[in-house]
Design a protein around this ligand. Structure first.
Ligand SMILES: Cc1cc2nc3c(=O)[nH]c(=O)nc-3n(C[C@H](O)[C@H](O)[C@H](O)COP(=O)(O)O)c2cc1C
Length: 194
C-alpha cells in the first residue's frame, strides 16, 4: 500500500490518484446553447447528484490550458441553462470524441452527427436516443481550487427516461482513470438480503 500526506505528494500524483481512485464516475454529456445559438455538446465526469428534493446536480468544469473558459462553462454562465444527457454504450465513442477541442462557433453535435430533439422547458436541446436526460437551470455557481474549477449546481426542471431505466441501468457508461471507461453489465440486487 502506498501512503502519502497531500502536502508531501507531487501534484501530478495527486491528480492521477483522484482520477483512478474515484471510479467509476458518472458522465454528464451536457448540451448548452451559446449566445449566438450554437448547440454545444461536451462530456464531464466530475459530476454527481447532490439532493433529490429539489433535484440538484453538480458538475465541475475546469479551464482550457490557455486559461479560457470552456464553452460549456461560458454558455452556462451566459444563459443559465443546460441539459445533462446520460450516456449508454452505443454513444461511447461519439461521447468521447465530443470531449476534443472544438471552436465555439462549431457544434460538436452537428460535426459528429449526434441527433438532437427539443427540450420541454429549457432552450438547449437534448440528445435523442440516450437512456435519460435532465433539463436544468443554474441554481448556484462557485469557484474552487487553484486553477480554479467552476462548480455548477444545477436544478433539474424536467426529465426524460427510457422504459425500464427505473429497474435496470444496464448499458450505461462510466469513466475510469486515463481514457478508460466501464459499462454496467452485472447488476447485483441486494434488496432481499437480510
Ligand atoms: C469522459 C470525459 C469526461 C470529462 N470530464 C471533465 C470534467 O469533469 N471537467 C472538465 O472540465 N473537463 C472534462 N472533460 C474534458 C471536456 O469534455 C473537454 O475539455 C471539452 O473540450 C470541453 O468542451 P467545451 O469547451 O465544448 O465545453 C472530460 C472529457 C471526457 C471525454
Amino acid at each position: 500500500m502506498n501512503s502519502y500526506r497531500v502536502e508531501q505528494a507531487p501534484q501530478e500524483l495527486i491528480s492521477k490518484f483522484i482520477f483512478n481512485a474515484v471510479v467509476p464516475r458518472p458522465i454528464a454529456w451536457i448540451t448548452t446553447l451559446s449566445g449566438e445559438g450554437v448547440v454545444n455538446l461536451a462530456p464531464f465526469s466530475f459530476f454527481n447528484a447532490v439532493t433529490t428534493k429539489p433535484p440538484l446536480l453538480m458538475v465541475s468544469i475546469g479551464k482550457r490550458k490557455s486559461g479560457e473558459l470552456k464553452d460549456t462553462a461560458r454558455n452556462v454562465l451566459d444563459t443559465g441553462e443546460l441539459v445533462v444527457n446520460v450516456v449508454s454504450e452505443e454513444f461511447l465513442k461519439v461521447m468521447h470524441l465530443s470531449g476534443k477541442d472544438f471552436p465555439p462557433t462549431e457544434s460538436e453535435a452537428e460535426k459528429l452527427g449526434v441527433e438532437l430533439e427539443p427540450s420541454l422547458v429549457v432552450k438547449p436541446p437534448r440528445v435523442k436516443g440516450v437512456p435519460a436526460s435532465m433539463e436544468c437551470v443554474v441554481e448556484e455557481t462557485l469557484e474552487l481550487g487553484s486553477t480554479p474549477m467552476l462548480v455548477v449546481v444545477a436544478r433539474v426542471v424536467a426529465f426524460h427516461y427510457r422504459e425500464g431505466l427505473l429497474s435496470s441501468q444496464k448499458g450505461i457508461v462510466g469513466r475510469l482513470g486515463g481514457k478508460r471507461y466501464c459499462v454496467v453489465c452485472d447488476e447485483l440486487d441486494l434488496a432481499n438480503l437480510t
